[in-house]
Design a protein around this ligand. Structure first.
Ligand code: ZN
Length: 115
């Protein structure tokens, strides 16, 4: 019997942003954002849901467009929530059965989507 299972990968990127109208975050500043992604699927005959290398490559492709950018040029209000939404949608567009995306701008601050 093929078992449904969740697998995950993570990556990171460095970028600047400012949050329009925000008292503290209104000034341009930077973060080393950490991104975690989980997908689910059946464990195939090769013993894998998906090759980690393929999943990581897709995530890196999606995230690379944010690396070393001013995020305000790509997302109108580049909060962790909106970055998370964007990554979630782009991974779904690439056909992945995405279950969870987390974008952390610090160790103690993150936004997450679960499906
Ligand atoms: Zn910030």
């Amino acid at each position: 019997m093929e078992r449904e299972m969740i697998i995950g990968v993570s990556t990171s990127f460095s970028a600047a942003h400012s949050i329009p109208g925000h008292v503290k975050c209104g000034k341009v500043h930077g973060h080393n954002f950490k991104v975690e992604v989980e997908i689910s699927g059946k464990v195939g005959r090769n013993g894998m849901v998906m090759d980690f290398f393929d999943l990581k490559r897709i995530l890196d492709e999606v995230v690379s467009k944010f690396d070393h950018t001013l995020l305000n040029e790509l997302i109108e209000i580049p909060t962790s929530e909106n970055i998370c939404l964007k990554i979630f949608e782009e991974l779904k567009e690439r056909g992945l059965n995405v279950r969870r995306v987390r974008v952390a701008e610090n160790e103690d601050k993150w936004a997450e989507i679960r499906k």
